[in-house]
Ligand binder design. Structure first.
Ligand SMILES: Cc1cc2nc3c(=O)[nH]c(=O)nc-3n(C[C@H](O)[C@H](O)[C@H](O)COP(=O)(O)OP(=O)(O)OC[C@H]3O[C@@H](n4cnc5c(N)ncnc54)[C@H](O)[C@@H]3O)c2cc1C
Length: 642
């Protein structure tokens, strides 16, 4: 069990058809109509519960554009008369950072408009807020933490520092030993449908990384305890010990590089079955282990990446510890990167909020990276004509085009859909910081080769669910702080990381309310990764909140019931953040030949500047991390300066 469970505790073509037939035509207009205006009294999206993430009203217009039906019955665009130095499409961290860098380059008076199709800014860096009595309880609806398998670049680090975040001070805020001091340990839930019995066992961490501040290593004693509890056959128990303890060289006569080359071309599941020869029970145990990192299971993760992640079975190969060709960057860890970790109670939504505070100071009170945690954003200030930077929510950009020949045009026209109306603005520059997969539909004037590369950037569908519980005494009774459940709807359930900062207090006693996090990667094992993501995306868009809720209740009752948990009594609120367009697609040596063969990377082709339009977003370097979103924003702004 070498890998953590959450990400930290932790992955077509142009004819996109995802969900094409699944959105009833009338739904988009109705949904858009339901969206409140961002300056309406009481407008405060972080406190909304139910189905969040890609919420109703955020995606329907764009899906109609994709399906080619949007323009059939679209209202005539109205010219707002507004003109900007820069329009940014997408209010995620990349879009916000792009606005910041542009302002640094062009001066404080530069007029910038950020258009975002969701009701909140931050993109994947989403804040979920709950109330329990007089307390505000925060959760991360997407981006969990400042972390990256590779060290942050000088550019990204400088921005983090400029925002006032002192990464080394994290240790002052996290109650690192809290759960351990209460006897809580990572556990595995075996379910009877797959393993023959419902059983909670210790998670025997024998290798791997631990950056969360929660020591999860159980060593040899943990392995023994696991073998005692796991509902495994005698053969599976033997195989399991062999997997950890044997140091057999399965590829004798090959050099380390040759071995890595082989491992890059076979899945970890294949390696376990065909090379190591372990029983099927072990493969089932590990199947969903990489979900939080890759969004797919071990059927679609290469054995080389599994080796990089510290999964068992490779000791005897004596591989050179440096990364192998075609290794996914998620699987390449560096000590320097491991140390650069910071988890705010709302995850990296704090970074988004600090950026917004810089861009539109009136919208978020306070002046430090700690007081921002409890600061209440005033959404009515985000889009004021008096402010040089404006952030316009609930606005889906449907067209971006140069006014004249792209090679010489001085302006672009941006058309967006908001409040059931089509509106246009003009800008001297435009940065597309939205998902690459939508860009070919927005900007058909881009070269075909670039559009093809943009469209290949599939997103990884994920479900990040926050459940507010009245207390966590059941976790204490079962001695669990995280529960890996390979056969259940959600493969990971985790108590909130105990961080108190800026006046915010985490739950320290099991009798206190807490937010727990439940993660699901929507995928279809056995198919190529992109196909799994496509099918998973449809699943997330077509599943109702009621179904999610039922699964949450059933799963928690089943796992925590023996600890006294009662869903009707103990669940106070649920926020399901669905991310059908989640992580940026990272190249996979099993399915992307160019990744091994050293061909041109699609993300490089995709991100080229075109006339007055530059392209940012973490898709621009095929790397699903905040530092990438920042680096790509910086690059896009530099390109516009040329
Ligand atoms: C669930 C989840 C957990 C993650 N956890 C971590 C983590 O712990 N640490 C880490 O470093 N990284 C993490 N990541 C990755 C990280 O969040 C991203 O790399 C980064 O935040 C992406 O920022 P972005 O601005 O490039 O894209 P996004 O955040 O996706 O922002 C792009 C925005 O553009 C908007 N948009 C799209 N189309 C349009 C349109 N037509 N008009 C207007 N707006 C549009 C989108 O709705 C979105 O809000 C996570 C990602 C996900 C999905």
């Amino acid at each position: 069990m070498g890998t953590n469970i959450t990400r930290r505790d932790f992955l077509n073509g142009i004819a996109l058809t995802v969900g094409a037939a699944m959105i009833p035509p009338e739904m988009w207009a109705a949904a858009a109509a339901d969206l409140e205006a961002q300056d309406a009294p009481g407008y405060y999206p972080p406190a909304k519960t139910g189905l969040r993430g890609d919420h109703t009203g955020s995606f329907e217009a764009m899906h109609k554009v994709r399906d080619g039906t949007f323009w059939d019955d679209a209202p005539k665009p109205a010219d707002t008369g507004e003109s900007y130095d820069l329009v940014v499409v997408g209010g995620g961290i990349s879009g916000l950072a792009a606005a910041h860098y542009f302002r640094q380059a062009a001066g404080e008076k530069a007029r910038i408009l950020i258009l975002e199709n969701h009701d909140d800014f931050g993109g994947h860096a989403k804040r979920n807020e709950f109330r329990a009595g007089n307390r505000t309880i925060l959760g991360y609806g997407g981006t969990y933490s400042i972390e990256s398998p590779s060290p942050y670049s000088a550019v990204a680090k400088a921005l983090i520092e400029e925002l006032g975040i002192d990464v080394p001070s994290y240790r002052n805020y996290v109650a690192k030993d809290l759960y351990r001091s209460l006897g809580l340990r990572p556990r595995i839930f075996f379910d009877k449908e797959i393993f023959g019995a419902d059983q909670l066992a210790i998670n025997p961490r024998t290798t791997g990384f631990d950056e969360s501040g929660v020591d999860e290593s159980a060593g040899e004693a943990g392995l023994r305890a696991f073998l005692q509890d796991a509902p495994f056959s005698a053969k599976a128990k033997q195989d399991f010990q062999r997997l950890f303890r044997d140091a057999k060289d399965y590829f004798p006569g090959l050099s380390s590089e040759q071995k890595k080359g082989r491992l890059a071309r076979m899945s970890y599941a294949q390696y376990l079955i065909d090379t190591v020869g372990v029983s099927e029970e072990i493969v089932k145990l590990y199947q969903t282990m990489p979900h939080s990192l890759f969004g797919v299971g071990i059927d679609a993760v290469s054995a080389q990446d599994a080796w990089g992640l510290g999964m068992p079975g490779f000791d005897g190969l004596k591989l050179d510890p440096s990364p192998g060709k075609g290794m996914n960057r998620d699987a390449i860890r560096s000590d320097e990167a491991n140390k650069y970790f910071f988890h705010f109670p709302d995850g990296n939504a704090t970074i988004a909020r600090l950026l917004v505070r810089k861009l539109v100071p009136a919208a978020i009170p306070g002046n430090s990276a700690t007081d921002v945690v409890l600061a209440k954003a005033n959404y009515s200030k985000l889009d004021r004509a008096s402010s040089p930077v404006r952030i316009r929510l609930n606005s889906t950009v449907v067209k971006v085009k140069h006014l004249g020949d792209p090679a010489s045009a001085k302006e672009v026209e941006v058309t967006y859909f908001s409040e059931k109306k089509l509106k246009t603005v003009r800008a001297a520059n435009c940065i597309l910081a939205c998902w690459h997969v939508v860009i070919p539909y927005l900007a058909p004037e881009l070269p075909d080769k670039q559009k093809e590369a943009l469209a290949s950037s599939q997103k990884v569908p994920l479900l990040y669910t926050n459940v507010l519980l009245r207390n966590w005494t059941s976790f204490q009774k079962l001695s669990a702080n995280t529960i890996y459940a390979p056969g259940m709807y959600f493969s990971a359930t985790t108590l909130d990381l105990p961080v108190s900062i800026g006046g915010y207090q985490c739950a320290k006693k099991p009798e206190e309310p807490i937010v727990i996090h439940m993660m699901k990667a929507a995928c279809k094992p056995g198919r190529p990764a992109r196909e799994q993501h496509r099918l998973g995306r449809i699943q997330l868009y077509t599943t109702t909140f009621e179904t999610y809720e039922r699964n949450i209740r059933e799963q928690l009752a089943r796992i925590l019931g023996p600890g006294g948990f009662d869903p009707a009594r103990d669940i106070m609120e649920i926020t399901v953040n669905r991310w059908p367009h989640g992580y940026s697609y990272e190249y996979n040596s099993l399915f992307d030949a160019f990744w091994l063969e050293g061909g041109e990377l699609p993300c490089v082709v995709a991100r080229q500047r075109f006339g007055r339009i530059a392209i940012a977003n973490s898709d621009a370097d095929a790397y699903a991390y905040t530092d990438c979103a920042i680096d790509q924003a910086y690059r896009a702004v530099q390109e516009l300066k040329k």
